[in-house]
Design a protein around this ligand. Structure first.
Ligand SMILES: Nc1ncnc2c1ncn2[C@@H]1O[C@H](COP(=O)(O)OP(=O)(O)OP(=O)(O)O)[C@@H](O)[C@H]1O
Ligand SMILES: [Mg+2]
Length: 227
């Protein structure tokens, strides 16, 4: 298995009223290698919170998160950063590309901490192949500001894939796109998951995207229910 969540709770204490807000209440699930899952649920139900906990960017109030069978509370921040960088690919609603870097430079960002020269050379080749795959190889030297929203999001997908992650986490990856671009991103994510046997979790408000990914779960009242 890649990810296991055991009885995850996440509370926030309001710093004005002191009232406890229980966002996640006892969430447990396992995601195996190559499995996909989509998570839907109302705004504020805790989808991003849950995804951030799975991606080790946030810590639960209680409960255990295991990656590859190991509890992540046993890892220090350096080890967690390495896992995040090399094993997990993140895609956000707004692509989070750096405006001053061109397409290729943005894609290669996750490879910067890796010192192996051969790896870096192969990463450039992989970036080019993936850019051909998503139809953007001619845009390789362009800046994000010179691309459409859908094109930027395709670049963000390629960046998430560059270190060949075992797990892709996408938080509303089509939220800012028109229907056609959204469908093409959904299709691309699903194909990448299938072709590379990458585990995939997609959080979305779009039932269309959830249906493309399948294995739909709904987060409501702090609990995750198979839909
Ligand atoms: N750092 C924080 N401090 C306090 N409350 C927080 C914090 N982060 C999130 N919350 C609260 O937790 C709840 C869940 O937020 P979250 O962003 O996970 O929702 P979401 O399901 O992703 O919503 P959306 O669909 O709008 O993106 C919200 O009520 C939010 O206000
Ligand atoms: Mg969210």
């Amino acid at each position: 298995m890649i990810t296991e969540l055991h009885n995850i709770n996440k509370d926030y204490i309001n710093n004005v009223s002191g009232v406890k807000h229980e966002v996640l209440k006892g969430i447990s699930f396992t995601l195996n290698n190559g499995e996909a899952m989509s998570i839907v649920g109302p705004s504020g139900s805790g989808k991003s919170t849950l995804l951030n906990i799975i991606g080790t960017m946030d810590k639960p109030t209680s409960g255990a998160v295991k990656l590859y069978g190991n509890e992540i509370s046993d890892y220090n921040e350096t080890q967690l950063a390495e896992i995040r960088n090399q094993k997990i690919g993140f895609i956000f609603q707004s692509h989070h590309l750096l405006p001053q870097l061109n397409v290729l430079e943005n894609i290669l960002l996750p490879t910067i901490p890796i010192k192996d020269k051969l790896y870096k050379k192969l990463a450039v080749e992989r970036a080019k192949k993936l850019l051909i795959r998503v139809g953007l190889v001619d845009n390789i030297h362009q800046l994000p500001g010179e691309l459409s929203g859908g094109e930027c999001q395709r670049v963000a997908v390629v960046r998430a894939l560059i270190n060949e992650p075992d797990l892709i986490l996408a938080d509303e990856p089509t939220g800012s796109l028109d229907e056609e671009s959204a469908a093409s991103i959904g299709k691309l994510l699903f194909e990448m998951h299938k072709e590379n046997n990458t585990a995939l979790i997609v959080v979305t408000h779009s039932l269309k995207l959830a249906n493309t990914i399948g294995n739909i779960h709904k987060l409501t009242g702090g609990m995750l229910i198979s839909a």
